[in-house]
Design a binder for this molecule. Structure first.
Ligand code: PLP
Length: 389
């Protein structure tokens, strides 16, 4: 696999490059905002898709008998986690599942906890379902984010919180929560009967020194009150094929979650999505290993570049994901000036910090899943813009 290859994505109806006008940008802006990759999926996935396309019939589909065993073997091998067939429900996306999970675990008007700064659809999913958002900010000290457990417990008690949406590994700050952290959080949720909706979509991108633990494995006594959201979409760059794997160990909760899927009238899995996911879990490991190694080099590249050329911008060291969270407070700009610098002067399309939380206007999130040359171009544009200040 040649991750250096520049593959033209413009004109393929991809959100990352082609939705610039909807977002108020010009056609030549360099996009490193949405979390997908500028890489082709593993060859085994392309081969399986070609075979399905050549067959040419795309009627209603079921999951193949290979699907669950492939997923089960993946989780067993990578996370030493044994899943059972009745836990698995598919949805077209993780955000879709988060929304159903909020409805399955809470009632209208209930309070749902999040830990900002966090992936912004969490807020939308809570508000759109007429639930209320309760925030416990992560601590940010010496360039590292941690959970504030005393504040989490206080917010849960004060607001009678019924559920939390948890991001593990955490987008955008890149933390891969330790077992001890997960267990401390789990104990608080157990004590106050808070359901945990654990979004683990980035689980396959934890760096080897920071192993990811599925929430239900860390906190088995909470298993009845946990929904784990995973997907092959980030891992193998399949977001456009719309398939996610949602794992619900508790029998009662399975029924409530299934009921929400029924109400949303979602039934059959996307045929090509299921074909691609099966092939990826069966044969995509080597590709993923190479992909992760490449992206770690991308991370190293921007770390070195920032230190040498842009010392006022600090990289918040990620422990996983293919995202880099940049602390730009050293530039001393207002939010408007920072956005102007990034968009108009550097001609870069990143995710601006304020969409992730109330106190992160001085941050920008950059996606590292692109050929090195693209990243070099982006960093040069950024350096030139900062030099011009
Ligand atoms: C934490 C997290 N959850 C969910 C998603 C999106 O999931 P989906 O496209 O399956 O709805 C993303 C995409 O960036 C993400 O970072």
């Amino acid at each position: 696999m040649n991750f250096d290859a520049i593959i033209e994505r413009r004109g393929t109806d991809c959100a990352k490059y082609d939705a610039y006008a909807e977002h108020g940008h010009t056609a030549d802006i360099l996009p490193l905002w949405v979390a997908d990759m500028d890489f082709r999926s593993p060859e085994c996935v392309l081969e399986a898709l070609r075979e399905a396309v050549n067959h040419g019939i795309f009627g209603y589909s079921i999951r193949s008998s290979r699907y669950f065993p492939a997923l089960q073997a993946w989780f067993s091998k990578h996370f030493d986690w044994e899943i059972a067939p009745q836990w698995l429900m598919n949805t077209p996306g993780v955000v879709f599942a988060l929304s159903a999970a909020v409805r399955a675990t809470t009632k209208i008007g209930d309070n749902v906890l999040v830990l900002p700064p966090v992936y912004y659809p969490f807020y939308r999913v809570i508000a759109d379902n007429d639930r209320k958002i309760v925030r416990s900010e992560l601590n940010y000290e010496n360039g590292r984010y941690t959970m504030n457990f005393a504040d989490i417990e206080r917010k849960i008690v004060e607001n009678d919180v019924k559920a939390m949406i948890f991001c593990s590994p955490h987008n955008p700050v890149g933390r891969v929560w330790t077992l001890a952290e997960l267990q401390t959080l789990g104990a608080i949720c157990k004590k106050h009967n808070v359901a945990v909706i654990s979004d683990e979509i980035h689980c396959d991108f934890a760096f080897p020194e920071y192993p990811h633990t599925p929430f239900v494995k860390a906190c088995p006594d909470l298993a009845d009150n946990v929904i784990i959201c995973t997907a092959p979409s980030k891992t193998f760059n399949l977001a456009g094929l719309q398939v996610s794997n949602i794992l619900v160990p508790g029998e009662e909760l399975q029924k409530r979650f299934k009921r929400e899927l029924d109400i949303a009238a979602y039934h059959d899995v996307n045929r090509l999505g299921a074909v691609a996911a099966t092939a990826a879990y069966e044969g995509g490991e080597e590709w993923l290993t190479e992909c992760k190694a490449y992206m770690r080099e991308n991370l190293k590249y921007i770390r070195n570049f920032l230190a040498a050329r842009l010392p006022k911008i600090k990289l918040v060291e990620p422990e996983g994901t293919y995202l880099a969270w940049l602390d730009c407070s050293g530039l001393g700009l207002t939010k408007e000036q920072l956005d102007d610098l990034i968009i108009n002067k550097a001609n870069l399309w990143l995710d601006t910090g304020s969409i992730f939380g109330e106190y992160t206007e001085q941050f920008q999130r950059i996606v590292l899943a692109c050929p090195r040359a693209t990243l070099e171009k982006a960093m040069e544009q950024l350096a030139k813009a900062v030099d011009s200040l």
